[in-house]
Design a protein around this ligand. Structure first.
Ligand SMILES: [Fe+2]
Length: 143
């Protein structure tokens, strides 16, 4: 969409700044190459619609720009990548720090961007409310 629409091209430029900041903050350095948006799509999710656990292969940084997040819609659920090593691990208290939980749900707010490295598995839980959840998702890559 960013290659066809000036509106989405402008969004790409704005997102590029956030992606650069994430790379600086996490010390990601794609060896002199610039991360570029490779995919961009709109998610329109009415009641009951979900997007199961997945990751974004062949991408480096993925994210979502939230356009419309009706009250009551659950956030984006991120899976701890160590989950397959938690065999026989004791249950976590409900007040455990986010980095000690097997799942963390990021609350959604409109006009907010969430970025994450593309290998991180995540899911969009079902929308339980009548209003539609609308967002724009994208991938950035350096190859
Ligand atoms: Fe995703």
């Amino acid at each position: 969409m960013h290659t066809l629409s000036p509106t989405f091209a402008a969004l790409e430029r704005k997102l590029q700044r956030h992606v650069r900041a994430l790379c600086q903050g996490t010390r990601v350095r794609p060896r002199g190459r610039e991360l570029a948006m490779t995919d961009c799509w709109i998610n329109m999710m009415p009641r009951g619609v979900t997007h199961g656990l997945h990751l974004h292969p062949l991408s480096t940084i993925s994210g979502t720009y939230y356009v419309r997040t009706p009250r009551g819609v659950p956030g984006l659920k991120l899976e701890d990548p160590r989950l397959d090593r938690f065999m026989a691990a004791p249950p976590r208290r409900s007040d455990a720090r986010p980095d000690n939980r097997p799942w963390v749900t990021m609350p959604l707010r409109p006009v907010r961007v969430l970025l994450f490295e593309s290998w991180l598995r995540h899911e969009v839980p079902p929308n339980p409310v009548k209003s539609e959840r609308v967002s724009i998702s994208f991938n950035f890559s350096w190859f």
